[in-house]
Design a binder for this molecule. Structure first.
Ligand SMILES: [Ca+2]
Length: 405
């Protein structure tokens, strides 16, 4: 059965010129995604109600087909990429190594000073971002699965000062609670907003009920200051033991996050179970539903896990059913190097092995185009380089630049 959104998206996509692409063996496949009619939360303007047919706007260029140039293939399970002001990059490798890559693609030895990580399962050295004041403070922030004395682990956020061959003054500024024996669903993306607040996405560690329990930071986004302290204007929850720092809850495993360059809000990607992967706009105090409200299904039985929507739950901006693409790193594309791509949200897919481009209209997803499926790569992170091209990290160890075909 056609999703109701398809009825308005089809003419829209034709108007945008993205339907009749392909035929060249590019593997770039425009598809109609699942962007639910918005439930019109109070913040949303009526013009963003996707249940109405949008006025035809100026014809948008079809997104150009793309290919990749390899910067390096010498990485081991890279997880995150951060561009430095000099054009070089920092990259994390999940086993616990932080390296530099110069603009020519030369990979450095591991930098010294990285704390011990619990590099088991989905754990390891995970995200890395620069301080908003990096040019002056030379400070980086990173996440990792931190082992505890009892053999359990938790996601942790650390800051450190970056040197040429080492990091120093390493300090853990926030820890997920509780520490658990599982090695799943650490989440762990970091995003600074325009005011300098740091958002951290935490997965529910494979223990779904924790996502609704405000006494833990399983399945939460937290908002902290760069020193780890809690901003006084964070949301207040009616729970006697709510953990300080929680910004939103009911997330499953948010492995991608980025700051919307138009609204200044944090958006994230999160893995559903069997179907039900989501893109969410992260609003303060809101419940994102997992595991009570989801488009996903039980892995074994295939039965729905719950209702799709509820009045008290923020609906996803976009979701994938029935097949999970397993979204990881995301980036808003603001460059001019890929015609027709500007203003899109780019989503790296692990199981889906592709780069998904979501065309946006304000806070709504207007269309989905799938790129680079022929690569056969699990895409872990997506970042826009200072040269205006997207860059991808693959689980196979490659750093790739996305260029017009
Ligand atoms: Ca949700």
């Amino acid at each position: 059965m056609a999703h109701p959104v398809a009825r308005f998206l089809a003419p829209l996509l034709v108007a945008m010129g993205v339907v009749a692409c392909g035929g060249s063996g590019s593997g770039d496949a425009p598809v109609v995604g699942n962007s639910p009619p918005q439930q019109a939360p109070p913040q949303q303007a009526p013009s963003q109600d996707s249940s109405t047919t949008p006025e035809p706007g100026p014809a948008a260029a079809a997104p150009v087909a793309v290919t990749v140039e390899e910067v390096t293939r010498q990485l081991t399970s890279p997880w995150s990429l951060a561009f430095l002001p000099d054009g070089s990059m920092l990259v994390t490798e999940k086993p616990g190594r932080l390296r530099r890559i110069d603009a020519a693609g030369t990979v450095s030895p591991p930098l010294a000073g990285v704390p011990a990580v619990h590099a088991v399962g989905q754990g390891g050295l995970l995200d890395v971002v620069l301080s908003p004041g990096f040019a002056v403070d030379r400070t980086i922030f990173f996440t990792f699965s931190e082992p505890d004395a009892g053999g359990n682990s938790r996601a942790a956020v650390a800051r450190a000062v970056l040197g040429d061959t080492a990091i120093s003054q390493v300090a853990v500024i926030y820890r997920q609670t509780p520490s658990l024996p599982t090695t799943m669903h650490y989440g762990s993306r970091l995003v600074f907003d325009r005011e300098g607040f740091l958002y951290v996405t935490f997965g529910e560690r494979g223990l779904a009920d924790g996502a609704q329990d405000l006494a833990t930071t399983q399945g939460k986004v937290v908002r902290i200051r760069a020193d780890g302290s809690i901003p006084p204007d964070n949301p207040v929850f009616p729970h006697p033991r709510a953990v300080a720092g929680i910004w939103s809850y009911g997330h499953r495993n948010p492995q991608g996050a980025a700051l919307n360059p138009v609204s200044g809000e944090v958006w994230l990607s999160e893995h559903g179970p069997r179907g039900g992967d989501e893109i969410n706009r992260v609003l303060p105090g809101r419940n994102y539903g997992w595991p009570r409200i989801t488009y996903g299904r039980d892995y074994v039985t295939g039965e729905p896990l719950g209702p799709n929507t509820a009045p008290d739950v923020e609906p996803p901006l976009h979701y994938w059913v029935p097949v999970s693409i397993a979204p990881a790193g995301i980036a808003f594309y603001t460059g001019d190097k890929l015609p027709g791509w500007k203003g899109s949200l780019l989503v790296g897919a692990l199981a889906g092995q592709m780069l998904v481009q979501l065309s946006l209209q304000g806070d709504s997803v207007a269309g989905e185009t799938r790129h680079l499926q022929a690569l056969g790569e699990r895409i872990r992170d997506v970042r826009q380089g200072p040269d205006g091209y997207p860059y991808l990290l693959t689980d196979s160890g490659r750093l790739l630049r996305v260029v017009p075909r």
